[in-house]
Design a protein around this ligand. Structure first.
Ligand SMILES: [Fe+2]
Ligand SMILES: [Fe+2]
Length: 286
């Protein structure tokens, strides 16, 4: 019995289950069910419109985090549905991934709700991943390190392909949903503690609660594959994974620091209301 490459697995026969942790993550996700409309945004709207309630730095922080997360949510949903789901045929894991994909849809909906409530220019928010270098570097890094599994000819047969799969799962789950989400969570939750943009802060808390389960599922999936195929966990492969994680931590630190010291010419966060003409969001010098 194995979680991948098991010719005896019938993806349509979920009982009896082999991996009870996958079932538990599913139940934990259901217990956390929420939708963004449950959270009132009136106080946020008033603060956002009030020219003195937030500093320029705080507005930029909100802007960039909405910009990063709005597109990162679609990227992670695509990863699950178009790539990982194909290769993990175990039915209880697939059941969890369907739940996760639904939660990513809720998260995407959250940013639609935030843009609509605050009257943000969607063109500006949804192109930040291309225009703000510290966001682009993170997204490019994940896209590059998860490209094996998107290859239509990719399969998980053989040790080198299993290694490639584990490598890409680390990219999806540990780096994207783990490391790359958490500076943003910390920033938004810190604002909420100061009673600033508490509606968005609450939405980020709910997202973080979901993402913590996504990360736990990913870690269980990775450790199970490695336990079942221990020959792939070579010293050289471990070293490669550690190097990727260190690099991603550096990118996350760059992203966090860029909020405080944006390069000249960067988007000015006081330009966020839809009735105003958006400024270019290029950061020269990158
Ligand atoms: Fe998400
Ligand atoms: Fe997620």
């Amino acid at each position: 019995m194995s979680i991948i490459n098991n010719s005896k697995t019938d993806p349509n026969k979920i009982l009896p289950m082999t991996y009870l942790w996958a079932r538990q993550h599913y139940k934990d996700g259901v217990a956390n069910n929420w939708v963004p409309e449950e959270i009132p945004m009136q106080d946020d709207i008033e603060q956002w419109k009030n020219q003195t309630a937030l500093t320029e730095e705080e507005r930029r922080l909100i802007y960039w985090n909405l910009g990063f997360f709005s597109t990162a949510e679609s990227l992670t949903a695509n990863n699950i549905v178009l790539a990982v789901y194909n290769h993990v045929t175990n039915p209880e894991c697939r059941q969890y991934m369907l739940r996760q994909a639904y939660e990513e849809a809720i998260h995407t909906d959250t940013f639609i709700y935030c843009c609509d409530s605050l009257g943000l220019d969607p063109e500006e928010i949804y192109t930040m991943y291309q225009k703000i270098p510290s966001i682009k570097e993170k997204d490019d890094f994940v896209v590059e390190l998860t490209k094996s599994v998107f290859d239509p000819n990719f399969n998980t047969i053989g040790d080198s392909n299993i290694q490639a799969f584990v490598h890409d799962l680390v990219g999806y789950y540990v780096i994207m949903e783990g490391i790359f989400f958490y500076a943003g969570f910390a920033m938004m939750l810190a604002l909420k503690r100061q009673r600033k943009m508490i509606g968005i802060g609450e939405q980020f808390e709910y997202i973080m609660r979901d993402e913590s389960i996504h990360l736990n599922f990913g870690c269980d999936l990775i450790t199970t594959i490695v336990a079942e195929f221990p020959q792939v966990w070579t010293p050289a492969f471990k070293e490669e994974i550690v190097t990727l994680i260190k690099k991603s931590v550096e990118l996350e630190k760059t992203y966090a620091r860029a909020h405080r010291r944006p390069p000249p010419g960067t988007h000015r966060p006081d330009q966020g209301l839809r009735h105003r003409k958006p400024l270019p969001v290029d950061e020269p010098g990158h």
